[in-house]
Design a protein around this ligand. Sequence first.
Ligand code: CP
Length: 315
Amino acid sequence: MKKYTSVDDIIDLPELLDLAASFKKEPFQSEQLGKRKTIGLLFFNPSLRTRLSTQKAASNLGMEAMVMNLNSEGWLLEFEDGVVMDGTKAEHIREAAAVVSQYCDILAVRSFPTLTDKEKDMQEYVISAFVKFASVPVISLEGSSEHPLQALADALTIAQFKKTDRPKVVLTWAPHPKALPHAVPNSFVKIMKRSDVDFVIANPEGYNLDPSVTEGVEILHNQKEAFANADFIYAKNWSSFETYGQVLSTDESWTVSEKRMRLTNDAYFMHCLPVRRNMIVTDAVLDSDRSIVIEQANNRTFAAQAILSKMLQHE
Ligand code: CP
């Protein structure tokens, strides 16, 4: 595996999920694999789970992790070619990516979208530049259009908790006061399309995700209808894709509530976290025994460990 910046980079999903599950059982089974290898974790945006779980995954494989918050600690980077760098940006991505590649065996980068420049965001402007100019494998720690490590942990969580061979999984939009990216839902849709599940998306009018991602998936604009007989409810907010980056609604009738969950087949509740209580989901649902968000976050370590081990073995 030379890069993991999209769910599309997964070749054999069942095999990868088995590997992640085996790391969950025996986290230190390959503790020599990453000996004397280093991963560089570069963050342009905040993180709790992604940063710590990827560091933990690296440590379980015997790797060293170097972490840097590029926006606050590094030089401001220029990504455009051919510009006169007479402004605030002191270093070009060409040198930065090449230099960091000398210090690291794997690079991992988090860079959120602008939510104003759709074209740039869809090109994965920052992470694509690292892939282009780094000489080592690159992992997305959440880019502008995908969060593939999250998606792998999500699929692992569903595999762990499912009670039937083909569970019904619902991805539902839920309200949030701020404009949020499409990365988590995009990657979740992509990985569910490759999973043996009955998959439905529920979102209000105006909130359909990128049609090239959701192609072939049923989209309902009625949350109650979508929740009927669901085995897993995955809640997430995203801003409008069509009216790019805009908050069109904060309709609280889309907040996942106990009443809404009663329509399901006693479904498990999932969210990638961080989650705003009583906006996305009520306290009662989040604190119930059907909420598996903490185990979902735990699975981030083993999903990351599976990807790192593939890269370390050049598979
Ligand atoms: N789910 C997730 O990516 O969490 P962090 O933003 O805290 O890393």
